[in-house]
Design a protein around this ligand. Structure first.
Ligand code: SF4
Length: 354
């Protein structure tokens, strides 16, 4: 259920990461950081979905200045994503940011890195070094014939960590992302062997919901199985809320997350006379916002022929009929309701159990 306990523990705002802590779920806003209303409303929606910390892009001064307005309204740690301009990182530190994500390699010379490290140190703000294929230095690329490799990613992470350590800065998290699953896994493995800094894991540019979910599930699943990963993001070309839902599902699948409620649903077949796909999705959406310490299983089954029998161990469920559904509990029928009442009835039954 928790992260490996031989990493450093890092405090980000009001949460801890690494060294036996629960693996935290991250996502990133896709609204303009200057648009307080939109960005805050998206963050609050992500909070409701279960995100633990959230990153915003800070491409200019206006965005950096708005950090304090965003911070006033949200309840989770805020991370600033900075590229190229070290002054923006320092501005964010002065405006209450909880973590900075930079790639020291593109921040510039050692004096600029020193200034960022000092500003962060003064306020106990951790820095995440974000390495990916696009951030490798010319020198590293040349070393590997111009190609992005796992060794090159690892070497870049080492160089960037050393750049901060030289400034006596150790409040570090690292991510080494690639859109190639095998490459990302190898690079993370090499880093985890050598360092005890907590790792933020992810498969970058994983793609749209369809391909991105599969790639992320495979990549993150392998890493988590090896005990690697203290925070994670599922990068999708989709609504960030989806990233959080998928991350929770991945953690659930490998036994590392449990909101107490499991939804199972049948694959549908010619016996199906209700819209099982729609109902199952609606039920899953509703329960994703509920957390309970109890263990509850909900079944959405297409028909009564196999439904209640196959889902006998479910605490509540529905088996479809022609435009209607039998609400059942532990295989026993409770009532018959119209198709458009199924989700509401399941939620009412769920409330009784919680
Ligand atoms: S539960 Fe019924 S509808 Fe669903 S797959 Fe099984 S037989 Fe088909």
């Amino acid at each position: 259920m928790f992260t490996r306990n031989d990493t450093r523990k890092i405090k980000i705002g009001n949460i801890y990461i690494g060294n036996g802590e629960r693996i935290k779920i991250q996502s990133m806003c896709n609204k303009k950081t200057t648009d307080t209303k939109s960005v805050v409303s998206q963050i609050l929606e992500l909070e409701k979905a279960g995100v633990d910390l959230i990153r915003v892009s800070v491409p200019d001064e206006m965005s950096a200045k708005n950090i304090e307005n965003i911070k006033k309204v949200i309840n989770i740690p805020l991370v600033a994503d900075i590229h190229f301009d070290y002054k923006l990182a320092i501005m964010c530190c002065d405006r209450g940011i909880d973590k900075i994500r930079i790639n020291p390699g593109n921040i510039g010379d050692s004096d600029k890195i020193k200034q960022v490290a000092e500003a962060c140190k003064k306020k106990n703000i951790p820095i995440r070094i974000g390495i990916n294929g696009g951030s490798l230095s010319k020198k590293i690329l040349e070393k590997y014939d111009g190609k992005v490799t796992a060794d090159g990613l690892f070497l870049s992470a080492v160089e960037n960590v050393e750049a901060l350590e030289k400034n006596n800065f150790f409040d570090i998290l690292v991510s080494i992302k690639s859109s190639n699953v095998n490459m990302a896994v190898s690079a993370y493995e090499m880093f985890a062997e050598k360092y005890d800094y907590p790792l933020h894991i992810g498969i970058t540019e994983a793609g749209t919901e369809r391909s991105g979910i599969i790639k992320s599930a495979v990549g993150l699943g392998i890493l988590l199985d090896k005990g690697i990963g203290d925070t994670m993001r599922v990068s999708l070309t989709a609504n960030p809320v989806e990233e959080v839902r998928v991350a929770k599902k991945i953690l659930e699948s490998v036994g590392l997350y449990d909101n107490g409620i499991e939804v199972i649903s049948c694959p549908t077949c010619a016996r199906t006379d209700i819209d099982v796909i729609k109902i199952a999705n609606e039920v899953e959406d509703m329960v994703s916002q509920i957390k309970t310490t109890k263990k509850i299983k909900i079944a959405v089954m297409g028909c009564a022929v196999n439904g209640p029998g196959e889902a006998k161990d479910s605490d509540i469920g529905v088996a479809g009929g022609r435009g209607e559904g039998l609400i059942f509990s532990k295989g026993k029928t409770l009532k018959k309701v119209r198709e458009n009442e199924i989700v509401k009835e399941l939620m009412l039954e769920l409330e009784k159990l919680i």
